[in-house]
Design a protein around this ligand. Structure first.
Ligand code: GDP
Ligand code: MG
Length: 453
């Protein structure tokens, strides 16, 4: 069910959660992915654009920074998606309930009645069904067979062509049941004839709920259909069927929310048990692949150690950048995953990624690994005071030997380190303000460009 959308949404939240800096390129690419996925799921383009705009605005909002910004954006995405899915309507059972099912041919009315009958009878309610589809000859028999299978009493009059007469015939017998499920006839399209029939049945039956049954594969046209049924037959809720067999379900779901008719159940297969009550919140959590929003926030925090970043930013703000800082940086890169992932997290490298080949990427990955070994073979004093290494060749030889690298590599590492340090010095405004997100991004970009592959 909406697998493609689900995996795209998971990718989006992962990308945001894993990003070290939320720069414009990253936000643009995340928003683009999101747009594509939502449009593929048939969500209305103007809704998609609205969500995109809000996300971009908040991503570039300078007042929110760092981890708070990620939380903010993911929460925003969550809330926006929730709002297009609509509110939750729970069916409150009364002492006596009559549910009338309306909809076009093949929408899934009869199948859904079987599902609901099974759902409620399993929960201990007395349920029955009555067949008022007088237009298709096989309809009463279809309802009977389906109900027989799950031992639900069913009332039909196969030869009768007037649905009101069928109702009146069984009126007294129906009173025994807590829940009466009324199957009605559809048409190929919403015709005046159908509206008239539904209206007059409504007056007679006085249903406690009128459910419009629509198939998810009609996508966004669900909006016009729901609107028409709503205004002519006072629909109290929608049931979207065949959620399991289309990628367009986003269209049908969001269309109903747009015209404010709540989706109450969704059909997810042909079996009697393939029915779910529709709860937008948990539906969305499942799409996003999360237990709840809290889990998501925990995920963000586990990826980036806030304290570590803060202490490093503070050191950088003072113009301090030693090999130990570089080591921390490289280690945090490692803990964040593969090089591929790292590349996309560092703005400068992320841009460069498209221009470099797989083998170059591997070479770079290898190089970072060797840097780490090299720094690992240094003494704490050397890490804090890298300048002594340049003066003492013997130290370089020892480190190369200890880390299984070469003196050339150590020198290259020192060169890169010096370059980084220079950049930090030149860019850093050593004021009480500290190093802000913008400066960090500029630095990372410059580093990315200067890095030789
Ligand atoms: P009606 O004309 O509105 O009564 O529609 P039916 O109940 O006869 O259903 C039409 C077809 O849709 C049947 O073949 C059902 O098996 C199928 N169908 C109904 N609901 C679902 C669903 O949730 N998933 C799938 N895959 N098929 C469904
Ligand atoms: Mg039917």
């Amino acid at each position: 069910m909406l697998e493609k959308l689900s995996s795209a949404l998971k990718r989006t939240t992962d990308k945001i959660a894993n990003a070290v800096f939320l720069d414009k390129n990253l936000v643009d690419s995340v928003v683009k992915d999101l747009q594509r996925a939502l449009i593929e799921a048939d969500v209305n383009v103007s809704l998609v654009l609205e969500i995109s705009k809000k996300i971009k605005q908040s991503a570039l909002d300078e007042r929110i920074s760092g981890i708070e910004k990620k939380e903010h954006i993911i929460k925003l995405l969550h809330d926006e998606l929730l709002s297009i899915l609509g509110g939750k309507k729970e069916i409150q059972l009364k002492k006596k309930n009559t549910f009338m099912f309306v909809g076009l041919y093949g929408a899934g009315k009869t199948t859904t009645i079987t599902k609901l009958a099974s759902y409620y009878s399993k929960r201990g309610h007395s349920v029955c069904a009555i067949g008022l589809d007088v237009h298709r000859p096989a309809a009463p028999e279809q309802l009977k067979q389906a109900c027989d299978k799950i031992n639900i009493p069913v009332f039909i009059l196969p030869e009768e062509k007037d649905p009101k007469r069928i109702w009146n015939t069984y009126k007294e017998q129906l009173k025994k049941y807590e829940i009466i499920l009324v199957d009605t006839a559809g048409r190929d399209a919403l015709s005046q004839d159908l509206i008239k029939e539904i209206k007059s049945l409504s007056l007679l039956i006085k249903p406690s709920e009128t459910f419009l049954v629509m198939s998810a594969d009609i996508g966004q046209s669900a909006k016009a259909q729901a609107q028409a049924f709503k205004s002519s037959a006072s629909v109290s809720g929608v049931i979207i069927t065949k959620m399991d067999s289309t990628a367009k379900a986003g269209g049908a779901l969001t269309a109903c929310s747009e015209i404010k008719v709540p989706v109450v159940f969704i059909g997810v297969g042909e079996k009697p048990s393939d029915l779910e009550s529709f709860d937008p919140e948990s539906f969305l959590s499942r799409l996003l692949g999360l237990g709840d929003l809290k889990t998501l926030m925990e995920k963000i925090h586990s990826v980036v150690d806030k304290k570590q970043i803060e202490s490093q930013q503070a050191r950088l703000a003072e113009g301090k950048f030693t090999l130990r800082d570089l080591q921390t940086q490289l280690e945090s890169m490692e803990s964040l995953g593969s090089m591929d992932k790292i590349m996309s997290m560092i703005p400068g490298l992320g841009n460069a990624k498209e221009k470099i080949s797989e083998s170059q990427l591997e070479a770079q990955q290898e190089r970072v690994k060797r840097w780490k070994y090299s720094i690992g073979s240094m003494t704490p004093y050397e890490k804090e005071n890298p300048e002594i290494l340049e003066k003492q060749t013997s130290r370089i030889q020892r480190i190369a030997h200890g880390s299984g690298t070469s003196t050339t590599e150590i020198r290259s590492l020192l060169k890169q380190y010096k370059m980084l340090k220079e950049m930090i010095k030149s860019q850093t405004n050593i004021s009480e303000k500290g190093l802000d997100q913008k400066t960090m991004m500029k630095l990372a970009k410059k580093f990315g460009r200067k890095m030789k592959f």
